[in-house]
Design a protein around this ligand. Structure first.
Ligand SMILES: Nc1ncnc2c1ncn2[C@@H]1O[C@H](COP(=O)(O)OP(=O)(O)O)[C@@H](O)[C@H]1O
Ligand SMILES: [Mg+2]
Length: 375
């Protein structure tokens, strides 16, 4: 039975943001019988192409936000940097899922680090940096190498600098300040791992298998699902993200990025309260993919099965090379290809992704080249 407060068939889900995450959420929503209304500043965007309705307005256009709130039954987001004022304009008029607390924590690397530690997820050493003096004392405590990051609005490696030598510190500080900064110890990880959990309106939590991520030019390139990890580490990764979902008390999805240490331990890096690029493999290798799961949570439906029925390797299709690879990938029988409908193939732009499916259990023991098999 669905909850009495679940959205009825035909209800409208409002999505703030018009990118590919909104697009794939809207496609999943349509399959469950919901309409989507996209609120985004761009006239032409990937999500709007597949949604029933749209508002083209700035995120600080209060009158437009009020009209949007009146036109939809629930609001969700496809990016976590929704301004606090946008949420304030919507709150009290329409349920917002996830709520303001989850967003506030995920928007600020300092709040995020404190939250992770409180939730029982280990994190590496870090210090807040608000001045050149604070950077000097933080470096004395943390040592080199270290990573200096802006606390807000960083993505795909933007807004950060790796410090190798003492003389790297000042130029990095000058480039990134006056924004508030965080200095983190450089973690000598052996792999980058992520896991995604969903939390329903009823508080139920379900976790997808953890995956291993490889980046190219700071942009996610490949996810291997499941991560080729000892079972204890794979379980720890899922437990970590489940703790995060519980402690955030969010309704929706949360992704946790982690570093795998040489001794098999895991450290939390960052969290995103939304569908995540490293979860795209779930669309084709799980009974209920991350976008359907997100919509289920937001709509108050019971969560769907997170069971993995295939192994998968996900490749992001980025920029002109991604565009060039499309005809080949869309023609392969062992690959499910997804295109986002963006108008220009600019370098560094995520244009689509391809999921290579393998029989369950096959990935374990395969080297990367064999696992990718040319995708
Ligand atoms: N403390 C760190 N130690 C080592 N590598 C790091 C550290 N922080 C970030 N990185 C590397 O930089 C990448 C981007 O950093 P991240 O904090 O995930 O920011 P974002 O993904 O928002 O750009 C990570 O995926 C990782 O490869
Ligand atoms: Mg990251």
């Amino acid at each position: 039975m669905t909850r009495p407060d679940a959205l009825p068939l035909g209800a409208t889900i409002g999505i703030l943001g018009g990118g590919q995450l909104g697009r794939m959420s809207a496609m999943a929503a349509a399959r469950l019988g919901y309409r989507c209304h996209i609120f985004a500043p761009e006239a032409e965007c990937p999500a709007r192409q597949v949604a029933a309705a749209g508002t083209i307005a700035a995120y600080d256009d209060v009158a437009a936000l009020h009209r949007f709130a009146a036109a939809v039954d629930v609001v969700t987001y496809e990016f976590e940097n929704v301004p606090a004022a946008t949420l304030a304009a919507l709150e009290g008029r329409v349920p917002c899922r996830p709520g303001p607390r989850a967003l506030a924590i995920c928007q600020d690397r300092l709040a995020e680090k404190r939250f992770l530690a409180e939730a029982g997820v280990p994190v590496g050493p870090w210090r807040a940096v608000h001045s050149a003096e604070e950077l000097t004392s933080a470096l004395a405590e943390i040592g080199l190498p270290a990573v200096l990051k802006t606390t807000r609005l960083g993505y795909d490696g933007r807004g950060q600098a790796v410090l190798h030598r003492p003389e790297d510190a000042l130029p990095a500080y000058e480039r990134l300040s006056p924004k508030p900064l965080i200095l983190e110890a450089f973690i000598p990880f052996t792999a980058e791992i992520s896991a995604i959990a969903a939390r329903g309106l009823d508080g139920a939590v379900a976790c997808y298998d953890a995956v291993e991520n490889q980046h190219r030019h700071h942009i996610l390139d490949l996810s291997f699902a499941p991560a080729r990890l000892p079972e204890a580490a794979a379980r720890a990764a899922r437990e970590n993200v489940a703790r995060v979902a519980q402690a955030l008390e969010l309704v929706g999805l949360v992704a946790l990025e982690m570093f795998l240490l040489p001794d098999g331990g895991l450290l939390g890096n960052e969290i995103a309260p939304r569908p995540h690029n490293s979860g795209h493999w779930t669309m084709d290798a799980c009974a209920c993919g991350q976008f359907e799961q997100h919509i289920r949570a937001v709509a108050g439906l019971p969560l769907g099965p997170v069971t993995r029925h295939s192994d998968a390797v996900m490749r992001n299709l980025v920029g002109p090379e991604g565009l060039a690879a499309w005809p080949r990938l869309v023609s392969r029988g062992d690959v499910v290809a997804h295109w986002y409908g963006k108008d220009e193939a600019k370098p560094g732009r995520k244009l689509g992704h391809a999921n290579r499916l393998l029989p369950l259990g096959r990935l374990q023991g395969l080297d990367d080249v064999t696992a990718c098999d040319g995708i």
